[in-house]
Design a protein around this ligand. Structure first.
Ligand SMILES: NC(=O)c1ccc[n+]([C@@H]2O[C@H](COP(=O)([O-])OP(=O)(O)OC[C@H]3O[C@@H](n4cnc5c(N)ncnc54)[C@H](O)[C@@H]3O)[C@@H](O)[C@H]2O)c1
Length: 261
């Protein structure tokens, strides 16, 4: 298995998406600490994996709690080899966002990633290295109406990933980001009242795969990047977006023939 004898921390592991990541890592042999502010969701995330996954309620914007989760993981499983920074906030008032909203989004989505990396780094160093996977997004590279704070945070994560990869390399720690496209997740479930067919129909024109991604598909990319199979990959942003970022404004339609009509 890809992650035999590895220990992982997954922030945001309580959500629909995060649970797929927890399942994928456990399925590849890792032991996983799920770190999330959502108590009920966290308990569900580890249900069925009790021998290999543990949940701890953590607010990743609190430095003391960040330190505690790394210590607790080391006590429970003997160390930390993998950190998946998945927790996020979608709160975003676009052009009307207040200073508090800006700071809150950047705090949850960006700053907490950097500070978790800082705490986990010496623990990984004692194991001879490790792998960090930061969740970015297609939103890091394009403008989307009414969204400012979230896409800015996701763009900054791509750069943070390069900076982390640069300075952590001397400790044998690889750092990469993953940028999913639209992925079946709690927000899509709630916006469509669970209508995945409708979600796929809406997503079809801007994904080459003509559907939303499944969280399990993105989780497999994360598991790969976290594994020694990706030993040559660091400082990179991996698209897991069904071709969203390969498509231009012409979408998947023949535009040039329109000139001759
Ligand atoms: N859903 C998509 O289509 C999509 C697309 C691209 C990228 N992503 C990225 O994938 C990741 C997961 O997205 P999602 O849609 O599942 O998000 P989500 O909102 O469903 O889940 C986020 C999780 O983070 C947790 N969280 C929030 N604040 C926290 C805090 N202060 N401390 C600890 N935990 C906290 C929440 O409780 C929740 O479990 C995010 O990083 C997101 O940016 C998602």
């Amino acid at each position: 298995m890809l992650l035999d004898n590895k220990v992982a921390i997954v922030t945001g592991g309580a959500t629909l998406f995060g649970r797929s990541v927890v399942s994928a890592l456990v399925g590849e042999g890792a032991r996983v600490m799920v770190a999330d502010i959502d108590n009920a969701g966290g308990a569900e995330a580890v249900a069925g994996h009790e021998a290999l996954a543990t949940f701890r309620q953590v607010d990743i914007t609190d430095d003391a709690q960040i330190a505690d989760i790394v210590t607790a993981t080391t006590s429970a499983f003997g160390g930390v080899d993998i950190l998946v920074n998945l927790a996020c906030s979608y709160a975003d008032d676009g052009a009307d966002s207040t200073r508090d909203q800006w700071l809150s989004t950047l705090n949850i989505n960006l700053v907490s990633m950097a500070l978790l990396g800082k705490v986990v780094r010496p623990v990984m160093r004692t194991r001879g290295g490790g792998a960090i996977v930061n969740l970015s997004s297609i939103s890091s590279k394009v403008a989307q109406t009414g969204r400012w704070t979230y896409p800015v945070s996701k763009a900054a994560i791509v750069q943070l990933t390069r900076s982390m990869a640069m300075d952590y390399a001397e400790d044998g720690i690889r750092v990469n980001s993953v940028s999913p496209g639209w992925t079946w997740s709690a927000i899509m479930d709630s916006l469509t009242s669970g209508d995945r067919v409708k979600t796929d129909r809406v997503a079809a024109p801007f994904h080459l795969t003509k559907r939303v991604g499944d969280p399990a598909e993105v989780a497999r990319v994360i598991a790969f990047l976290a594994s020694d199979q990706a030993s040559v990959v660091t400082g990179a942003d991996w698209a897991a977006d069904g071709g969203y970022s390969a498509m231009g404004p012409e979408q998947a339609a023949a535009a040039i023939p329109l000139l001759t009509e």
